[in-house]
Design a binder for this molecule. Sequence first.
Ligand SMILES: Cc1ncc(COP(=O)(O)O)c(C=O)c1O
Length: 395
Amino acid sequence: MPFGLSDRVKSIPPSPTLSIDAKTKELVAQGIDIINLSVGEPDFGTPEPACQEGITAIQEGFTKYTAVAGINNLRKAIAKTLKEEDGVEYEMDDIIVSNGAKHSLFNVFMAVCNPGDEVILPAPYWVSYPEMIRLAGATPVIIETDESTGFKITPELLKNAITSKTKALLLNSPSNPTGAVYTPEELQALAKVIEQHDFYVISDEIYGKLVYDVRQVSIASLSEAMKQRTLLVNGFSKAFAMTGWRLGYVAGDRAVIKAMTTFQSQSTSNPSSISQRAGVKALECFDPQVVEVFRRRRDYILKRIEAMPYIQCIVPNGAFYVFPNVSGVFGKTYQDVTIDSASTFATLLLEKANIALVPGEGFGAPNNIRISYAVSDEDLTKAMDRLETFLQEVK
Ligand SMILES: Cc1ncc(COP(=O)(O)O)c(C=O)c1O
């Protein structure tokens, strides 16, 4: 690296999940049977009709550049879905498709943030938000939450975080990592505060189809005023198990979508033409069975954790994560090693119990760990057995 790196990239910290990930790979390479509960993708396959449509697209030679914001058919199909499932009306030109929701979010921050702007970010948060906000030159303003409010912000907490520099509020419901889902009433209460101010709501609804016992409501659907200020982000990775296809989208104010399209035109151009064709089909074939499988696993894991010492978990109503509080083990020891943090706990679990999971520090939640249940029932059972045995040996 003889000529140096930009200050921009030097300021990005390595992913907090990286060290656990590297250690996991090292142990797996040594032939150790690790159960990986750190995964952020469904363990089932992309729906067959979507795969077939991708194959057909290739066979038909649909393999060239498309319109930067995505093909008309896909943007129309997304508008139809948002109308029928979320009750929000958009036209094709209010929608831009990108290379995954992560790319969509990055484009949003780049399109709306200036240096000095503040973006309100409730913690626990998905690890990429703070870094994306900083890359766009803005400052994340963190609102801490914990189990006492179900990991959700209240109107009071929101009011206290708003300043003259607030450019946006980031909402992620259902949440990664907590699985928390805002009720319609909670969203209404937040909207009442938001509508008195001039800032965007960036609503990441990528886990929206994966909800249990509750209804998913988009904050954009609450009123015309909320629709106008909401940039609704969603994607195909989680609901349709299409993580590798890289397809996400934003719906919102047409001027913002146009600016994002210009930005995308000078950076990545259109998302894969093949993925776009598959995406049109995928929207027609969501399998509700998936929700039942995840619900069953969630209930299983919660029941097992309830019977374990030191750790406590509130019931998450969405996504495929549970986010137990492990502060009960802090200060205790396992085979003479003092457990002083969620990271130490996760490292010990990996090395001694052979379970990989993500410690909460990177999510802005140092008392918790994230367990993904997007793994087979068999692995989940084995992992819970291992966790229980480990905790019984904590002194
Ligand atoms: C909350 C949240 N938003 C966005 C994404 C990005 O998903 P993708 O870029 O695969 O569409 C993820 C992926 O883990 C996520 O958890």
